[in-house]
Ligand binder design. Structure first.
Ligand SMILES: *[C@@H]1O[C@H](CO)[C@@H](O)[C@H](O)[C@H]1NC(C)=O
Ligand SMILES: *[C@@H]1O[C@H](CO)[C@@H](O)[C@H](O)[C@H]1NC(C)=O
Ligand SMILES: *[C@@H]1O[C@H](CO)[C@@H](O)[C@H](O)[C@H]1NC(C)=O
Ligand SMILES: *[C@@H]1O[C@H](CO)[C@@H](O)[C@H](O)[C@H]1NC(C)=O
Length: 410
């Protein structure tokens, strides 16, 4: 009797502490693991689809957040509107409840600021037209699984709708994102908005004084002036000579995730690299990385990028939710009166020097002798890869960092 209650007590204590502070070694559930892998696959197909767009320069998407917005559509959808989501996530066999709890588990694992030591603020909101009535059940479960808020908005008054969306985003990102949309083109649907702020905290910081102004070659004839930060350290590095590109992997604090940069060796359009970019290829490259002394120079800039993913998700198979005459989102409103008119996916990412203090002892050894150069002064592809769940926190490209045009120096 005494033993049983002791065991019960111990169990109670363990589960209580697990609930309050996510234990760093908490094992990911089976369905969350599957969804992590599938969201990484989705990352590349979505990126490829977006990269086809003319005039699109910087790209910045969080595949794991896109997956959770898709989960929200499944939660509000019925019939093919919902089943198409599962198809895109390659999760046709996953039960509804497991889809939602798996996506929720995944996102709370990777965005846990304490265990990850990164700043990642994510806010989600579903805007419905003035006429909509939100079903109580949906409001509750979308908050629970996807931390999504709701509000009605009069899209017909475009100017004030745009203003109030931008104000909400500015507020929720502490001013990091000021304008995510200039217009709303459809006035009768529901809109999902993701607003994020991400700031990597390096496992080994850059020295805040090792920063200067350099040129970033947007193209051969166009250079902008940006701040660059520099440091030498031991990093995962691979020169793919056949494909004329270089890959660098830099761990973030707690080494639970890494920033991976894929850069062509010469200034060129990213199209060539993008054609190669698949999950299989990335895994191959990652397998070839070797700890190497590298002198790294990276732009110290903030990127603010806002995409409307509605069309791209449609092209990946989410055709019903976005089609007014087909969509069935009646689990949101109790009626078949809604469709998905927009998915605004906006993020600010701050590339900065901050990170853990450097172990200086390495400088008195010869481990950093003859470093390779990694000088990121022209367009590159990057991703933030999670080590534990294998999902991709961010995928993007830096083509045109903010900065003034530099005079040609001849
Ligand atoms: C959608 O609504 C139906 C009832 O109309 C319910 O059976 C189903 O569980 C709901 N789906 C979700 C994901 O809440
Ligand atoms: C990361 O850890 C450092 C200390 O190592 C701390 O100063 C910093 O605030 C942490 N950042 C976050 C976002 O947890
Ligand atoms: C931001 O949100 C806070 C808390 O909800 C509110 O008090 C404040 O007025 C908001 N600011 C803006 C600019 O919307
Ligand atoms: C929406 O669905 C209808 C009915 O199937 C179809 O005729 C129409 O082409 C679709 N619209 C778009 C934009 O795909």
């Amino acid at each position: 009797m005494w033993m049983t209650s002791l065991v019960a007590l111990v169990l109670l204590a363990t589960s209580a502490s697990a609930a309050t502070s996510a234990s760093p070694d908490k094992v990911l559930s089976n369905h969350a693991t599957i969804l992590a892998d599938n969201s990484a696959k989705l990352a590349f197909s979505l990126y490829q689809n977006m990269a086809k767009e003319k005039n699109l320069e910087n790209i910045l998407i969080s595949p794991v957040v896109v997956a959770s917005s898709l989960g929200l559509v499944a939660l509000g959808g019925k019939a093919s509107t919902a089943s198409q989501v599962k198809k895109i996530l390659n999760a046709a066999k996953v039960k509804d409840e497991q889809l939602h709890s798996g996506l929720a588990e995944l996102l709370s694992e990777v965005s846990n600021q304490k265990t990850r030591n990164v700043t990642w603020k994510i806010s989600n909101r579903l805007y419905g037209p003035s006429s909509v009535t939100f079903v109580e059940d949906f409001v509750k479960s979308s908050k629970k699984h996807y931390n999504c808020d709701h509000s009605k908005i009069n899209f017909r008054d475009k100017k004030s709708a745009v203003k109030s969306i931008n104000e909400w985003v500015a507020n929720t990102t502490d001013g990091k994102l000021l304008e995510v949309t200039k217009d709303v083109d459809k006035t009768d649907g529901a809109m999902i908005i993701n607003a994020m702020f991400f700031k990597p905290h390096w496992d080994e910081q850059f020295h805040h004084k090792m920063v200067d102004n350099r040129g970033f070659m947007v193209s051969r004839g166009y250079t902008v002036s940006v701040q660059m930060m520099h440091r030498t350290g031991l990093y995962g590095f691979y020169e793919d000579k056949t494909n004329k590109l270089t890959i660098l992997s830099m761990p973030l604090a707690h080494k639970k995730s890494t920033v991976v940069i894929i850069m062509p060796q010469q200034v060129e359009l990213l199209e060539r690299l993008e054609k190669m970019l698949t999950k299989t290829q990335l895994d191959k490259w990652m397998g070839k990385l070797q700890q190497t002394p590298v002198a790294v120079s990276l732009p110290k800039v903030s990127m603010e990028v806002s995409h409307n993913l509605q069309k791209h998700l449609g092209e990946l198979g989410l055709t019903d939710a976005i089609n007014k005459s087909k969509a069935d989102l009646s689990n949101i409103s109790g009626k078949k009166d809604l469709y998905l008119s927009g998915v605004l996916h906006a993020s600010a990412m701050e590339w900065d020097t901050d990170g853990n203090k450097i172990d200086m002892s390495i400088f008195s050894t010869d481990q950093l002798k003859n470093p390779k150069l990694f000088y990121a002064d022209h367009p590159f592809i990057f991703l933030v890869k999670d080590q534990k769940t294998k999902c991709i926190l961010f995928l993007g490209r830096m083509v045109r960092p903010k900065g003034d045009k530099m005079r040609d120096e001849l």
